[in-house]
Write a protein of this length. Sequence first.
Length: 699
Amino acid sequence: MAPAGGGSAREADLVHLWARLGAVERRVRLAVEARSADTALDDPYRGLYLTAELVQQVLDAPRQPALFPPEEEPDPDVPAASAPGRGPRLVALARDFDLTPLDVELLLVAVAPDVDARFERLYAYLNDDVTRRRATVGLALRLCGAPAAGPGRFRLAPTAPLVAGGLVEVHDRDAPALSRVLRVPDRVVAHLLGDDAPDPAVAGLARLVPPGGSATADGLAGRLGAGPGSATADGLAGRLGAGLGAGVDLVHLRGADGEGGSTAVAALAAAGRDALVVDVVALADQDQPGIAALVREARLRGAGVVLGPLEPLVPERVRLLRELVASAGAVPVLLHGSRHWDPKWTTRPAVSVPVPPPLPDGRAARWARALGGEPAFLPELAGYRLGAEELDRAVAVAAGLAAVERRPVGLEHVRAGVRARNGAGLDRLARRIVPGVGWDDVVLPARTRRQLTELVVRARHRERVLGEWRMRPGGGRGRGVVALFAGESGTGKTMSAEVVAAELGMDLYVVDLSTVVDKYVGETEKNLERIFTEAAGVHGVLLFDEADAVFGKRSEVQSAHDRYANVESAYLLQRVESFDGIAVLTTNLRSNLDEAFTRRIDVIADFPVPDTEQRRALWERCLGPALPRTDDLDLGFCAERFELAGGSIRACAVTAAYLAAAADRPVTMADVMTAVHQEYRKLGRLVLESEFGPWFPTA
């Protein structure tokens, strides 16, 4: 037994609640005595259900022991000691939900059967119906001393704080107003009894992050290295926390890569509040989303709601956003996304704040914290633009993969974890390739290899150069890297793009032009916009193969077709400039591209036809070490005599392998010559004896 004013905060809350319920019980006893003494209400059939004698036995029964009753009942008007700064939970509840003293009394009358089973029979007796074991509106008003036709009845209206806040439910709406039954939701009862477990209706919709939770630490620790007065998000979180404490209750954070979400959680932590981080996909998928339960949970905890990114909700499901903001009341709501704030989304004004991306040192610190140290491959992760939550999940996937392989977490595991975070939206618009080649698999001139290395350097260090060092010009230009691979067919442009993706630890997405080009005016631009939008949200390299089909030159307008074609090119010029990802354009004829694209391209790599030495290396690579060969195979002869690009050499190697497999023997020189002969015919080239030499009859 805990004496009044002593013991733990939970016991003090229960002592205070029990004292207030004791006052309700005294009023119930008086009502029962008055009813029993009123002979005019004596009904011979009433005793068949619940007699006065049985009611008296209920009154004489001891109280429920679960409420820790004190030896001496305290004064219900004197609050007991409880959590510092908030007082007893019932008092804090009244303050947080703007309840009047009458509201509190009505709540106590409604909650009494949930904490003391004796009230069920007492209410049934007073209701004159043994099946109605909860307080009705009329009974609650009578026990609170409020007239049935007075203003007190409107404290149970749908818009009143008790009902609108989800503290009391009014059932049987079809019944007369005074006969409707009052019920307190289980989550509210549990809160009053000291239980802080989240409502099951909220558990599948949001997760709770306390001020010391991992998401908050991630949001703050991921921005180390910022000096005093810097514009990074740690200072922003502190300022937002101060604003929340000053009464700002609707904030929109605009930032990329999920930075707005971690900043919102950090801001609530700075204000000393829990954060209810809403799963936007779950919210949008529910037919009847539990927004009321979500807001009630936030108010019970004194927490704030973090919702984002907003893109899945607007514009189709903006109703959910409006409903959440409208019902939140004084609950701080922090929204985040990559779009600019639209005042039409809510009727309440929002403070829209841009969120700066973390500095490279901050990203490195975030990776080090998630990985539990600073591995040697930490610099290789600089090119990933991951939010705090995405980073943690990528590391969790990496740890799982390493555990399956019974190895320490390595760079390949982390890269696989990052690729696992890519959504499937871009897969519907482009062909996804998981890179399976590296630098050793391509044969390129030294100059071309240097240009590819420059592309990798730009992609890996763009955050430092364009962000921290502010080398990006204005005009809404993005932080993307765009490269052009120009050369004849088969010279290795697509494979080189795959090598670049592998070096960056990303997937390669090859745009299918059949899903882009449309004969109807404006549809091609819409398809390209969808591709660019989806590509900005994945960690991959976007490849436009045969790019001159969509990035062609603008021409003099002589017809409506020319005008619309120029509009398409002009749109692409603007969109490429604002792109935030990594894109590679390939073309067989560089002159076919509009000159204005050249200014917007960061790296131009030329892919010439390979020389003799490179062709020899290509023959060796394409045949591979696993393919059995005979001793008569003369790759030097093949390289010197046949001027073929890498793609054609690979086609010849594959054809020769099929011929050998059909004959169930190693690859012979005759198989290779036959394959070259077929490739010449396919390319429309003459088969000359001067080229084939002694193998001409075989071919």
